[in-house]
Design a binder for this molecule. Structure first.
Ligand code: CUA
Length: 357
């Protein structure tokens, strides 16, 4: 075999001949690389956890179950066909070439190249279409026990619970639903196209300005999951998330009843500061302290799991940080920094907000 530095001094014919001479070791190397890559992929797949609060492969709802089933059917179907193709390719390259009749070749092309793919693709497509919840007539909202309106904003969610008795409860940046009940979401947007997606509970649906899209979900497991805006909508798109809490029916009912009442713990210095600092120009608190709907409703904010639409845990310290300089946590947020307030005043407002249970 030639050394690397002398290779470039050869003529083209000699180089090709030289490459042919080195064919065997190269093929072996390539073979061992493929084995390594496949081994790594298999190890990654088995190591990678498919569980979690934001995983479509760890379903906690009827619709998510169907999405996960479809994923596995497609993946396993694809792998089987891929394995068959690899076997055929190896057979074609390794075994001695034997002459075959034109009739045999044509038959192979018709069965392997037309009948097989058409059958497989038709079967997989029919199965997928049959599963798609939005195409099925019984996924309609007429069976829903609760109607929930979700409006996307840059970069937060307005959530309104419409109860069967006609009353409504306004909230933001958190979705709670009763287990085993069908909930109908009415989705729209105030500015950009957003997308409402709770992977553990079901598929995603766009929120489009000037239009209402519907999504019907039925949770099957109590727990706290994570939803996320799934359509790029600006700088803080990735920070437009929300906890999705699935509760037992009785627990949910008493939770929603409490949200329909005024927030507890309203008397504090923070309340006066909140009112005088102009927070009420954008926010609403029980419609008694402040009643603007430009920004997220802050009634009962102390009992929410996160602040800033899933950006940070809900604590006095994080609330104070958000009030002082929202853009440091959520770039592009429309809320201005609180430059007129002292650190102490900001802390008082944060303490009061955290107390709104
Ligand atoms: Cu809203 Cu991305």
């Amino acid at each position: 075999m030639l050394r690397q530095d002398s290779f470039h001094s050869l003529s083209r014919t000699e180089r090709v001949a030289n490459l042919d001479a080195t064919q065997q070791p190269v093929a072996t190397k390539a073979g061992s690389s493929i084995v390594r890559i496949v081994g790594l992929a298999v190890a990654c797949l088995s190591l990678a956890s498919c569980t979690g609060i934001q995983s479509a492969l760890d379903p906690a709802g009827e619709e998510a179950d169907q999405v996960a089933t479809l994923f596995w059917v497609m993946t396993i179907g694809g792998l089987l066909i891929w394995a068959l193709m690899v076997v055929l390719a190896l057979y074609a390259s390794q075994w001695k070439k034997r002459p075959t009749s034109e009739e045999n070749a044509n038959r192979f092309i018709v069965w392997g190249g037309v009948v097989f793919p058409v059958t497989v693709l038709t079967a997989l497509l029919s199965y997928a279409l049959w599963l798609m919840p939005s195409l099925r007539p019984f996924a309609g909202g007429d069976q829903a026990s609760l109607r929930m309106e979700v409006v996307g904003h840059q970069f937060w969610w307005r959530v309104v619970y419409h109860r069967p008795d006609g009353t409504a409860v306004v909230s933001a940046n958190e979705v709670r639903l009763p287990v085993g009940q069908r909930v109908e979401f009415e989705l729209t947007s105030a500015d950009m196209i957003h997308s409402f997606w709770i992977p553990a509970l079901g598929g995603k649906m766009d929120l489009i300005p000037g239009r209402t899209n519907r999504l019907s979900l039925s949770a099957t497991k109590v727990g706290t999951y994570r939803g996320q805006c799934a359509e790029f909508c600006g700088t803080s798109h990735a920070r437009m998330a929300f906890p999705a809490v699935v509760m037992e029916q009785a627990e949910f009912d008493s939770w929603l009843d409490a949200r329909g009442q005024a927030s507890v713990g309203m008397a504090a210095d923070g309340r006066t500061l909140f009112e005088t600092a102009g927070c009420g120009d954008c926010h609403s608190v029980d419609a008694s302290v402040a009643a603007s709907s430009k920004g997220p409703d802050l009634s009962h904010i102390g009992s929410r799991l996160t602040i800033g639409a899933g950006s940070l845990p809900n604590e006095v310290e994080t609330l104070a940080r958000f009030i002082a300089h929202p853009a440091s946590i959520k770039p592009g947020a429309k809320m201005p920094p609180s430059t007129d307030l002292s650190v102490d005043e900001i802390n008082q407002i944060a303490t009061w907000l955290k107390g709104l249970q």
